[in-house]
Design a protein around this ligand. Structure first.
Ligand code: NAP
Length: 287
């Protein structure tokens, strides 16, 4: 298939490699051009802006950082929706606002495009290994048409309902992760104070009923002093803010998630450590 990809960072770059491996033709654009060099070396074609990507491809993926970046690549100068998109598939893989997903869907519909919101879970390793979980909102017929492409970089793609439902599912996912990241961090802080063997603690706790993805993936990175992202803390704070704003609109209180957001605000806004991976939360206790 002729695929366009906008946003080739940690996640997007790895997804692109899997799309190339699956023999798709690829046109790529990223704000920092150097992050497409490895893809161009493998046969992808560089484009100067999102509009140019749309000109070549039948299916355009976006995987940028923040909702403001999504606004930029869809609606602003040389954006996706400023050019002919009739009959094309537009799929946003960014973790972004459910309301923005609805806005892109509505605008896309008017122009004859088929739009999905499809945020992912599974981290940098899931992206590299092609084993992401993909949470999809939009029209079910469009989802069914794209299932084979989702299978090229994900192990599970699940349809959840109208535009924004993929993003709402991802918010539910992030509410869960808020608990596992703060739980893992406080568990390690406590275990260290109690003079326990931390490697043995990770292995033992991770083999019992407290087992979870954050523990098994980020616990060992912390013990090695590896705080590289993975998943940027600044992006996790973005997600917690979207989840809590949306919960507020739905008149639901989430006190534990609110507490997690406060901790990540200290890490990102006060300590300016937003470029660390989410495992960097432990730096609020450890130097
Ligand atoms: P990232 O490395 O920062 O990648 C985002 C890329 O988008 C960057 O290369 C950035 O360019 C590019 N970009 C941003 N605005 C742009 C614009 N206006 N035009 C063109 N390119 C633009 O972040 P990531 O870890 O891949 O995450 C991407 C998204 O996936 C985020 O929403 C994140 O929350 C979500 N996510 C991440 C993970 C994970 O484990 N990392 C897991 C699931 C979901 P520059 O290089 O110039 O900054």
């Amino acid at each position: 298939m002729k695929i366009g990809f906008i946003g080739t960072g940690v996640m997007g770059n790895a997804v692109c490699l899997n799309l190339l491996k699956a023999d798709h033709q690829l046109w790529v654009y990223n704000r920092t051009k150097a992050k497409t060099d490895n893809l161009v070396a493998k046969g992808a074609v560089w484009c100067a802006n999102p509009k140019e990507v749309v000109g070549h491809a039948d299916l355009i993926f976006t995987m940028v950082g923040f909702p403001s970046d999504v606004e930029q690549v869809y609606f602003k100068e040389n954006g996706i929706l400023t050019t002919g998109v009739k009959g094309k598939y537009l799929v946003d893989l960014t973790t972004s606002k459910p309301t923005l997903a609805q806005k892109i869907y509505d605008e896309g519909q008017k122009l004859g495009a088929k739009v999905l919101d499809a945020p992912v879970s599974g981290g940098d390793l899931g992206a590299k290994n092609g084993t992401l979980t993909i949470m999809v909102g939009g029209d079910e017929a469009t989802f069914n048409e794209l299932k084979p492409v989702f299978a090229d970089f994900g192990k599970l793609a699940q349809y959840f309902g109208p535009a924004g439902s993929g993003q709402n599912t991802k918010m539910a996912n992030q509410i869960m992760i808020a608990g596992t990241m703060t739980g893992m961090t406080e568990m390690l802080v406590y275990a260290q104070k109690a003079d326990l063997n931390l490697e043995a603690v990770l292995k033992t706790v991770g083999g019992g009923s407290a087992a979870n993805w954050s523990l098994s993936n980020y616990g060992p990175r912390i013990l090695k002093g590896d705080y590289t992202p993975g998943f940027f803390s600044k992006h996790f704070l973005k997600d917690l803010r979207i989840a809590l704003d949306t919960a507020k609109e739905m008149k639901v209180e989430l006190p534990a998630t609110t507490e997690a957001k406060k901790l990540y605000e200290i890490l990102v806004d006060e300590k300016k450590l937003g470029d660390l991976g989410t495992q960097g939360l432990i730096k609020l206790w450890w130097n």
